[in-house]
Ligand binder design. Structure first.
Ligand code: UDP
Ligand code: MG
Length: 139
């Protein structure tokens, strides 16, 4: 397994608000190389499966509604220490707790609508990247 890649989604609120360019610019400026990228619309089944780990949580239904209400940008990013460094770049799940200058501090509206996803481990980065991309779409 590669340990230098992570997976991200610019969530529907980021796309709706026209923040794709600004967020990708920040990702590039922070030293991440984009190795896969696409605009895609998750089905309810996709979102339920992607977030299956949260299926017992009270926010699961809302999360699935939110993640399927419009297109997202899915991407695989490469950088040394990618998973940890990307979690630092996006900031805390709740933007109210996110550090200054982080993507969630800048662009997230709430703990639910929090602009971006970032994988939480190398193992999940590989699983989530493979969920969205075929091998021929990764460069
Ligand atoms: N979420 C939510 N309410 C919560 C916690 C999480 O709506 O109390 C949503 C939010 O969009 C979050 C996603 O569920 O990004 C996954 O939650 P997780 O705890 O994995 O946060 P993350 O890893 O995205 O920071
Ligand atoms: Mg998570």
């Amino acid at each position: 397994m590669r340990t230098d890649r992570t997976f991200t989604m610019l969530k529907p609120d980021s796309v709706e608000k026209g923040h794709i360019g600004a967020i990708l610019e920040k990702i590039n400026a922070s030293g991440f190389r984009i190795v896969a990228l696409k605009l895609t619309h998750m089905t309810t089944q996709d979102a339920q499966a992607f977030y299956a780990v949260h299926s017992e949580r009270p926010f699961y239904g809302e999360l699935v509604e939110y993640m399927t209400r419009g297109p997202i940008v899915a991407a695989i990013l490469e950088k040394e220490n990618a998973v940890e460094d990307f979690r630092t770049l996006i900031g805390a799940t709740n933007p109210a707790d996110a550090a200054e200058g982080t993507i969630r501090k800048l662009y997230a509206a709430s703990i639910g609508e929090n602009a971006v996803h970032g994988s939480d481990s190398d193992e999940n980065a590989a699983i989530e990247g493979a969920f969205h991309f075929a091998g021929r779409e990764m460069f």
